[in-house]
Design a protein around this ligand. Structure first.
Ligand SMILES: Cc1cc2nc3c(=O)[nH]c(=O)nc-3n(C[C@H](O)[C@H](O)[C@H](O)COP(=O)(O)OP(=O)(O)OC[C@H]3O[C@@H](n4cnc5c(N)ncnc54)[C@H](O)[C@@H]3O)c2cc1C
Length: 426
């Protein structure tokens, strides 16, 4: 059996590694890696936002450690939330003791005296799980920035990603006793050299058949198999697995029913603009990431690349990447790189993170598919599109292939499990 894997991100490359069948990866960019690519500018190395390796599944950690071998830096998280000019411990509910007394009181009261009934949307879920204080000071404004959508119009499909804080933690942190939240990612791995793309490079086997610069534009059936075309070259496979965005893949197929096309077009995603800021000193090495709920600041998060690995920054210098989520039509989406750079630099200067005159390197990478936006119709629309693709025998995998808000560990786990299933088919 020969399998065509559409898309050369971590999903496609992971699947290829675990498959025993012959396979070819088709990637539209000149370089594979997708969201796990790493970029370079003036000696600074940066990823598409912070890309750290952690997993609750020991098999996945064992696998990534095995393929990275010696090229691993084990780090301890030192994330903060920048709230009212203070660096508060992350997650917010574990840093309450660092707030001023009035804020501590409101967070504690809201958590303990939580009258919010069973939630029907994401905003209600936040209030139900955390109470008014924590929600209104941090979770609601932060999530509004990242999703750029009214939280009342978002579903709860993915909320299991956000651990609910235990009662003892909230009380302890409010009175100033040290606690840790999100302990599954307190320690994480990151390549010592080569940024997160080193993981992608390590996953590709020597004899892997990969075609880059091939943008899938047409998918059709031929007998029991499939033909894929980029408009110039046709390729034939017995099976295909798509890891490219499902809403684009559906447009490559002829005669799709109108209601399925409408459902695919209604699936919402956010883009992300990644702004590298390199400075001429080592001031950006003392934290891993800073979350910024302040709506007047463009970025929702900044990650200090040199804290993941010192090889990401030149000696004597340091850097951060600012993550700004956008969507077509949003002012940050349409803005030139130069204007966005100016906004980010001014924000960081105003917040006291850096001084503008310290900047020695700047760069921007724009990514069309960054986040899945779970609006209230997402699941119903997705079911229609997936149902149609399944009826054609097409497999779907990955963050945008399945349209599911998953991280690298889950991507690898699903690649392994799909390969196991396909390996069982002659
Ligand atoms: C800002 C940000 C931070 C993140 N941080 C973390 C983190 O800290 N830890 C973690 O575990 N995960 C993190 N992730 C998630 C992680 O990046 C993804 O889970 C993973 O990279 C998804 O891989 P994928 O192959 O499914 O998708 P993608 O990486 O999107 O790959 C899809 C590929 O398909 C290609 N393609 C698209 N259209 C076509 C076409 N028509 N023809 C051919 N090829 C096509 C694309 O070019 C791309 O290479 C983060 C993601 C973002 C956006």
């Amino acid at each position: 059996m020969r399998i065509g894997i559409l898309g050369g991100g971590l999903s496609g490359l992971g699947l290829q590694r675990f498959l025993k069948h012959e396979s070819e990866v088709l990637e539209k960019q000149e370089r594979v890696g997708g969201l796990c690519r790493t970029f370079y500018k003036d000696g600074f190395c940066y990823d598409i936002g912070g890309h750290i390796l952690f997993s609750k599944d020991d098999r996945i950690t064992a696998f990534t450690r095995d393929i990275l071998g010696e090229n691993i830096n084990n780090c301890r998280r030192n994330n903060k939330i920048l709230y009212k000019g203070r660096y508060v411990k992350y997650p917010f509910e574990n840093g309450l003791g660092m707030l001023d007394k009035e804020d501590i009181f409101e967070c504690l009261l809201g958590y303990l005296n939580n009258g919010h009934s069973d939630p029907c949307n994401f905003e209600e879920w936040i209030l139900h799980a955390f109470g008014d204080g924590i929600s209104e000071k941090y979770l609601i404004p932060y999530n509004r920035k990242i999703w750029k959508a009214p939280l009342k119009e978002m579903g709860m499909e993915w909320v299991e990603r956000i651990p609910k804080p235990p009662l003892e933690d909230v009380i302890k942190s409010a009175v100033g006793i040290e606690t840790e939240g999100y302990t599954h990612q307190l320690f994480f791995d990151y390549p010592s050299y080569g940024g997160i793309e080193a993981l992608v490079k390590a996953i590709i086997e020597k004899d892997a058949e990969i075609t880059t610069g091939y943008e899938v534009k047409k998918i059709s059936r031929k007998g029991r198999g499939y033909i894929v075309s980029d408009g110039t070259t046709e390729k034939e496979y017995d099976r295909i697995v798509l890891t490219i965005p499902i809403k684009e893949a559906i447009q490559c197929i002829a005669d799709v029913p109108e209601n399925v096309l409408r459902a695919a077009a209604a699936l919402r995603h956010n883009s992300v603009r990644i702004v590298l800021v390199g400075v001429n000193n080592e001031s950006l090495l003392d934290k891993t990431a800073v979350y910024i709920p302040d709506p007047s600041v463009a970025a929702h998060r900044i990650c200090y690349m040199g804290s993941f690995s010192r090889s990401n920054v030149p000696a004597g210098k340091s850097s951060l990447v600012a993550e700004i989520s956008t969507y077509k039509g949003h002012e940050f989406h349409e803005m030139s790189d130069a204007s966005l750079m100016e906004i980010v630099a001014s924000d960081l200067d105003r917040l006291g993170v850096i001084r503008k005159n310290e900047i020695t390197a700047a760069d921007i990478t724009n990514i069309e598919y960054g986040y899945i936006v779970y609006d209230l119709k997402c699941t119903a629309n997705l079911d229609k599109v997936k149902g149609y693709l399944s009826s054609m025998g097409i497999e779907m995998l990955g963050r945008f292939g399945e349209f599911d808000y998953i991280n690298m560990d889950e991507v690898i786990r699903r690649s392994m499990s799909m390969a196991k299933r396909l390996n069982g088919i002659e």
